[in-house]
Design a protein around this ligand. Structure first.
Ligand code: ZN
Length: 333
């Protein structure tokens, strides 16, 4: 029943399957772990599993009973998805209307009413408190699944009411194989992408050739920075995304991440650590040369400067152009 399309998470799936076969289904679950690794897909499969009309076929791949088909299409009246796209803070009323009012209706055709709340961390404190009442006295035959990448932002009282199921980042090899199957990237790109993905298939699928090329160009710029060559540094700062549009902000976050991973590569080379950990495998040769020139303290300094720049921009609202120029001067020296 658990669809093979969902990659990894065998242990988590096993716990859920066992809960069903032993009739120990909890009223509420908290699925937590990094974004983009398939928590929502597993929640969906679990909803199918507990409402399946053929029931017995725990091991088969997929089922076409009317319940499973409806859940697949997102039109099962007893499976409620709560996701407030674009809403920063999910408010009390939204929980009342979206969850409670519908949860307490008698189920239409399913064995269980299932409520799946994605990005549960976006519930305001008020909304969480409202939700808590539902968690304390859930209607019979209901299952609530909260999904979050940030369980700490949920009230402890919410967490303690739920059965916690932790999802881990996917193994790099699995991500690589999936990218290979998709065939949109070259093998080298797929390899780099699997390292950049942090074990998130969702994230890996969002990266394309252009982005992977941009990463390379960015690092090559950094490699060729010369100390005291202000022109070069300013040129690079101009090349960075500097506006506050969501696209530029996302690019900037990636830039920080790419630079940080490259500095980490230099550390790995420098300390003769396991080379399989190196992310930028298309830049090993020039990275080797740089690593010979810079000592460990110097690389650590640059890492510190990178962290400070991030903090200045994200938390102190520093001027981006100036901050990047300063950072690049530090990296060049
Ligand atoms: Zn079924």
């Amino acid at each position: 029943m658990f669809n093979d399309e969902i990659k990894g998470h065998d242990f988590q799936k096993e716990i859920l399957k066992r809960a069903v076969s032993e009739n120990l289904i909890s009223h509420s679950y908290l699925f937590f772990g990094p974004d983009g690794i398939g928590k929502k897909l597993v929640a969906n499969e679990f909803a199918k599993l507990i409402n399946c009309q053929t029931g017995s076929s725990l091991e088969s791949d997929g089922c076409d009973c009317s319940s499973c088909s409806k859940i697949d299409k997102g039109i099962h009246p007893d499976v409620i998805y709560v996701q407030f796209e674009g809403v920063k803070n999910i408010k009390v009323e939204q929980i009342r209307e979206g969850v409670e009012d519908r949860l307490f209706l008698k189920s239409f055709e399913g064995k269980y009413k299932v409520v799946i709340v994605d990005e549960a961390e976006r519930m305001s404190n008020g909304a969480q408190n409202a939700f808590l009442k539902t968690l304390e006295e859930p209607p019979p035959n209901s299952v609530i699944i909260l999904i979050t990448s940030n369980p700490d932002s949920l009230l402890p009282t919410i967490r303690s009411r739920c059965q916690l199921i932790r999802f881990n980042a996917l193994p790099e090899e699995l991500v690589f194989n999936e990218l290979k199957k998709r065939g949109e990237l070259s093998l080298e790109e797929a390899h780099i992408c699997s390292k950049l993905s942090n074990g998130s298939l969702g994230r890996a699928f969002m990266m394309d050739s252009d982005l992977i090329k941009w990463r390379k160009e960015l690092i090559q710029f950094l490699m060729h920075l010369k100390p005291h060559s202000a022109m070069r540094v300013i040129g690079l700062a101009e090349y960075m995304p500097l506006t506050s549009t969501p696209e530029d902000m996302e690019r900037m976050t990636l830039a920080f991440e790419f630079i940080s991973l490259w500095l980490r590569d230099l550390m790995l080379i420098k300390t003769d650590s396991d080379k399989t950990g190196i992310t930028n495998i298309d830049l090993i040769e020039p990275s080797n040369q740089i690593a010979q020139k810079w000592d460990l303290d110097n690389i650590l300094d640059k890492m510190g400067a990178l962290e400070k720049t991030q903090n200045d921009i994200y938390h102190l609202n520093a001027n981006k152009q100036l901050s990047f120029e300063n950072l690049f001067i530090r990296i060049a020296s």
